[in-house]
Design a binder for this molecule. Sequence first.
Ligand code: CP
Length: 319
Amino acid sequence: MMQHLLSTRDLSRSSAIALLDTAEDMAVLGARDNKKLPALRGKTIVNLFYEDSTRTRISFEVAQKRLSADVINFSAKGSSVSKGESLKDTILTLQELGVDGVVIRHPSSGAPQLLAERDWIDVPVVNAGDGTHEHPTQALLDAFTLRKNLNGSDARGRGLDGAHVVIVGDIFHSRVARSNVWLLDHLGARVTVVAPVTLIPRGAERWPVTIAHDLDAVLSSEVDAVMMLRVQNERMREAFFPNAHEYALGWGLTEERFDRLSSRTLIMHPGPMNRGLEICSAAADSSQSVILQQVANGVFVRMAVLYSIMTGTSEVPRD
Ligand code: CP
């Protein structure tokens, strides 16, 4: 059983499928009147967020409360981080306050690995997004959503063998793209990444993907899902494309492109969306869109991750 969840690159196919199957059990619980499990009663988990978040932070909190854990929400804004306190001293302080698990989002790639690998704290660490490196629970909830939509009630025990997923946009800055590339590959999917040359990172030629720049050419082939990525303006210190209009024309899911897509192609986005830039409202709000399903499934996947890591089992009691 895993001790931490730091990346999807290190996750085996069987571990990933076991987590997705446990998330299926959590979804069954989520449909009950009483959605809670006593599994983490008496355990305290801190959500240590050094970057803003809506979906990830709140869905981790919902997941922790459904597992009966006590929850501490820590935002760097408003904490002693603003007085210069280091990550090490912050975590040593939390250790003394008696936390049993840490969920961390940090702007520096590798911060969760530091917590897990140094002796600062000896509790499970879950990466909730580190810099441009990885966002493993996002990729797991994306895979869960894909598996459910592509395989229906027959999803358990299966990967995504043969599915074609197209990831479009700001690959350069995207930890969501990186986690998805590794996880989708482990699960047997075929991945195409599409972006302007400037938004493909150096080294991507060694990823298990096809790299393309012409979105219209890619969308004319058989595609099971199109995952549009947010343009991460806050991480751009230079111009990666001429302007928003030209970006939308070249790499946005515009109404014209959406109209040409097969009605079976799923529309995905990790959120938050820049409507009108990387995705039009007609696509985001369409019946093909699974964007809100992704949000709902985030709770089940995060419950599965915390449950598996903190109880050491993936078997979920039925009552
Ligand atoms: N997808 C995602 O990580 O969204 P938040 O930044 O709102 O958590």
